[in-house]
Design a protein around this ligand. Sequence first.
Ligand code: UGA
Length: 441
Amino acid sequence: MKIAIFGTGYVGLVTGACFANVGQEITCVDIDEQKIENLKKGICPIVEKDLSARLDQGLRSGNLKFTTNFQKALEENDIIFIAVGTPTLSGSQKADLSAVFTVAREIKEFAKSSKIVVQKSTVPVGTGDLIEDVVGEKHEVVSNPEFLKEGNAVADFEYPDRVIIGTENEKTRKILAEIYRPFMRKKERLVFMSRPSAELTKVFANSMLAMRISAMNSITELAEKFGADVAEIREGIGSDPRIGFDFLFPGGATFGGSCFPKDVRALVAIMEENKIDAGIFKEVLKINYRQRQKFIFKIFDYFNKSFIGKKFAIWGLSFKPGTDDVREAASLNVVNVILDERGEAVVFDSHAMENFRREIGERDQKIIYQNDQYEALRGADALVILTDAMEFRSLNIAKIKDLMKRPLIFDGKNLHDPLEMADQGIDYHCMGRPYYSPKKE
Ligand code: UGA
C-alpha cells in the first residue's frame, strides 16, 4: 500500500524516512514550499540523530518523495498519515487542531477512493470522532500516536517500546500491523485498542512522565533544608522495580519542549471542559514553573538581587540535548531574567544557537554567542548549566578556574557531585543536594 504523510515536522519526517528505509513507498506532504524543496535535495530541517542518513537513503532508493501537491497525494495513496503540528492555542490551554482539520477537509474533498486515515498528531481524546465527522464514513480513521523522543526519534521509531493502533476494525489492524512489521523483528510490540483509548494513552503517557519529574522537583527544597540529597533518593527509590529510575531527574532547568508542557496543558483543558477535577495535572505544571523560578531566584539571591554588571556564561540553550529545539526551554527564562536585570549573557550550545537567536527576538543584540564552550567562560561571574548534554557532564576544572572571574557554577541539571566540586575548589549550586563550601587552595 502506498503511504502519504501530511506534515514534515519531526514526527512526519521521521515516520516517512523510517518507513521508506524498509521499502515502503512514501510521499511526504507539506505546505511549506521552501522546506519541501530543501527536503528534495536531502537538506534536513532539524537536528535529529540519523535522520539525514535515512533521508539520503530514502531519496536514493526513490522510496521517499516530497511534494506540496496534497491533492495528488490524496489521489495516489492508500494510507494517509496526519502528522501536523498541534501547538497550544494562543491565549488558551487547549491544543490548536486547525492544521489537523485542514487535512481532514482536504481528505473529504480530494480522496475519491476509501482511505485509511492514520491520526499521528497529538490530539485530545475524542478528536478521532471529530475527524471522522469531517472526512465521512467512506474513510477509516485510526489513532496511532507517536512516542518519539527528540534527539532519539529514529531509534525510537525503529526499535519502539510499543506501537499503539487505535481502531476496532480488524482489517485495518492487520494492514497497519503489516506496515509496522519490519520494526517488530525482535519482539511483537503492537498494542491494539480502541481509538479513544489510543488518543488518551498518548497524552497520559507524557503527563505521567512529566508527573514523575514534578514529583522529584517538589521534594528538592525539603531535601535541601534537611541536608538530604535527591540523587541518593533517586537511587533509593529507583531500585524498586515498581518505580524504576527513568524520568526522576530533578533540577532547576525543568522540563520543556513541544510535548510535555503542551500535552499536560491540553489534558487539563479537556478535563476541565468535561467538569472533571484536573488538580493533579495542574500541579505538575505549577511545580515545573515554580521550580524554574526557584532556580533563577537562587542565582539572583546569590548576587544580592542584582545582576547589574554581572556576566553569565550559559551552557545549553535547547530544551534538551541532541536537538536544536528551544521551545519552552529553560534558557529562554534564564537569559530573559538576566537581561531584564541588566546582566550580561554569553551563551553556548552545540546545535541550538540559531533557533535561540530567533526565539529571543530583538534581545538577541544584547547576547554574546560563543561557539567555543570554554571560551564562553572568559571573565564570567558565574556559569549556568541548563541541559544535560554530554559535553557538560565532565568539567575541565583547570580551564574553569583559569577563565572565570572565580569558579562559581549554578547547575540546573544536577550533573555534578557537590562534594567533589567543593573539593576541587568550585562554588557549586544545584537543586535538592547538599551545599559544601569550596575548598580554599
Ligand atoms: C517526550 C516523550 O518522552 C516521548 O515519548 C514523546 O513521544 C514526545 O514527548 C512527544 O510527545 O512527541 P521529548 O519531549 O522529545 O519526548 O523529550 P524527553 O526526553 O521526554 O524530555 C522532556 C523534558 O523533560 C526535557 O526538557 C528534559 O530535560 C526533561 N526531563 C526529562 C527532566 O527534567 N527530568 C527527567 O528525569 C527527564
